[in-house]
Design a binder for this molecule. Structure first.
Ligand code: F6R
Length: 588
């Protein structure tokens, strides 16, 4: 979701904030803005569209040593200049940038309008600036505290006021980082946007207020007490945000998968497990993370306890049955997805043991889970996940194998075998990625289609769901995924001459069943691309996209990523920043 940035230091704030916005742009890219403070005045520029539109306006801003910026993913109010952040108070003395959603914004608007404040935008965020003005009587900390107490919902805020020479930050249920350098400090919603000069950073908790000066931040509780915080080292490297010659981050990240799989395997350390036997396992995530969970649920079933897979956005509202022997596993690349974070908290409240498979170390989900299983995919910038997904599947495979070993359901040899299968998968994938012609050709064949089906059984059904999602989100072709055996229960009526279908087939024991389902489609004039290591089974009835036997699941996922990528490329679309989307969905 939205990216927020604040800067205070010896340098000119605007270029530093703009650089930070560029690194955060994947969080939202429908409009952007910057406010700086100079000589007791706040000056603001805003523009609809990508950051390049804002860049043209920057020279209107004066040299200033403190300011805030925002890149937006609209929730309330269409993307336009007025709705973009920073939002200003009626008297123009307070500016705020906000990531999150204020759920009681309508009520607060009425409260403020009744007291003579003027709302100019359609956003939920604007009320915050006016509340600061309303509550300010010479003490910023008190004004922020009163404002925070009025807000319901989720927020990470960076605040600027022409009354003071400080920056302020406060958060609840949205990520917020305060980076500290020698003579400068930076507020961000994403560690990746911290400039390298900020060697250390602090992580304020919910309901804590940061008062930030040059190279220093003091954190206060809402009660006004100073709070001691640990300092973390900023180990981010700048090369990660370089495309290294690839036309898009997505392609670069597809190619990074073999190394990401190897790193995740090498970095897997055996977690401390609770002593008691498990009664149930719940896997929970959103989007592709949900698909990774669905695919991996099969691995956990060897534990011999009920295994369920839930969308995080559903889990919270379905009154889940949980006891203290339930293992709840949250899966999240970013570690900040609001639905997944809130589900983890709910599971913990109900007494479950919690674990998290997360790519961003020190993210909220990572910090809050009892058992931490990091994926080591490296930074993922393209909005559509690739290496994030495959390393989630891998980490879940490793974790499940370790749990089954500890439960004495598999032998140490079987556990080692699971690890060597992953090592073999990484190397098979590397070889497969050395020749891309067949995927480019397939993209050429399908790019003008209006609808595409993806079918699969068991693990391959989860892969089909992931393949359909990838195609939809970056190529804007409607795709529908189905358990292969379900098609004939209604949807097969849509199959006609020219219909296109993809079928990942990696489960050897189900390949004959899949062949029958594929024949049902071809008999009605549809054509099927089968992504499989079992070429001989399908070559008479379908177009086969062969994959290696080693690591077939990871290779099939990568084939579908590549086809989606080349299809979007042929259509000339903005692959790394698809419309309406944002990486890291920090609102419900
Ligand atoms: C799809 C995609 C999303 C994410 C989902 C969860 O390509 O990237 O579906 O998988 O938003 O994100 P994380 O894993 O960060 O919780």
């Amino acid at each position: 979701m939205c990216g927020i940035i604040g800067y205070i230091g010896k340098e000119n704030a605007t270029p530093i904030i703009f650089e930070g916005l560029k690194k955060s742009e994947y969080r939202g890219y429908d409009s952007a803005g910057i406010s700086v403070s100079e000589g007791g005045r706040l000056m603001t520029v805003k523009a609809k569209g990508k950051l390049s539109a804002l860049e043209r306006l920057l020279e209107a801003l004066p040299y200033s040593h403190l300011g805030i910026g925002h890149t937006r993913w609209a929730t309330h109010g269409e993307p336009n200049e007025i709705n973009s952040h920073p939002h200003l108070s009626t008297d123009g003395k307070f500016a705020i940038v906000h990531n999150g959603i204020i759920e009681n914004a309508a009520e607060l608007r009425r409260f403020l309008c009744d007291r003579g404040f003027e709302m100019v935008s359609d956003t939920d965020s604007e009320v915050i600036a006016h509340l600061l003005e309303y509550y300010y009587h010479g003490d910023m900390l008190a004004a922020i505290k009163s404002t925070a107490l009025k807000l319901k919902g989720a927020y990470a805020l960076a605040i600027l006021s022409s009354y003071t020479d400080e920056l302020y930050a406060v958060k609840k249920d949205s990520p917020l980082i305060i980076g500290l350098g020698k003579n400068e400090s930076v507020i961000t919603s994403d560690i990746a946007a911290l400039p390298s000069q900020c060697k250390e950073y602090l992580l304020p908790e919910d309901n804590e207020i940061g008062v930030i000066t040059e190279g220093k931040a003091v954190i206060y509780s809402l009660g006004g007490e100073p709070v001691e915080k640990p300092y973390f080292i900023n180990s981010g490297t700048s090369d990660e945000s370089d495309k290294l010659g690839y036309p898009h981050y997505m392609l670069k990240e597809i190619f990074e998968q073999p190394a990401a799989l190897e790193n995740t395997l090498a970095g897997f350390s055996e977690p401390d497990l609770p002593k008691s036997a498990l009664s149930a396992v719940i896997l929970c995530g959103c989007g592709s993370a949900y698909h990774a969970a669905l695919l991996s649920s099969r691995y956990f079933s060897r534990l011999g306890v009920p295994v369920s897979v839930m969308y995080a956005s559903e889990f919270r509202y379905c009154d889940p049955l949980i006891d203290s022997d339930t293992l709840f596993i949250a899966i999240s690349q970013s570690g900040e997805t609001a639905d997944t974070l809130f589900s983890l908290r709910l599971a913990a409240e109900k007494g479950a043991m919690t674990a998290a498979v997360v790519n961003v170390a020190n993210s909220s989900i990572y910090r809050e889970a009892q058992i931490k299983i990091p994926t080591r995919a490296g930074r993922e910038i393209a909005v559509a996940t690739t290496k994030g997904f495959t390393t989630q599947v891998e980490a879940l495979r490793l974790f499940s194998a370790y749990l089954t070993l500890k439960a004495k359901k598999i032998t140490p040899e079987e556990f080692s075998l699971a690890k060597s299968e992953i090592a073999a998968a990484a190397s098979a994938l590397k070889t497969m990625l050395s020749d891309l012609k067949i995927y480019q050709k397939t993209a050429y064949d399908i790019f003008s289609a209006k609808n595409i089906f993806f079918i699969g059984r068991r693990e391959d059904y989860a892969l089909a769901k992931e393949g359909a999602l990838k195609l939809k989100e970056i190529s804007y072709i409607h795709a529908e995924s189905y358990p292969a055996g379900e098609l004939k229960h209604g949807t097969i009526s849509l199959i006609e001459r020219g219909s296109i279908c993809f079928a990942p087939v990696t489960c050897a024991d189900l390949k004959e069943k899949m062949l029958s389902n594929i024949k049902e489609i071809t008999a009605r004039g549809g054509s099927v691309y089968v992504i499989t290591p079992f070429r001989e089974t399908f070559s008479a009835d379908a177009k086969v996209l062969p994959i290696p036997t080693d690591g077939a699941v990871y290779c099939a996922a990568s084939v579908m990523q590549l086809i989606a990528y080349y299809t979007a490329s042929l259509k000339g679309l903005d692959i790394d920043k698809p419309r309406n989307l944002a990486k890291s969905v920090t609102v419900e």
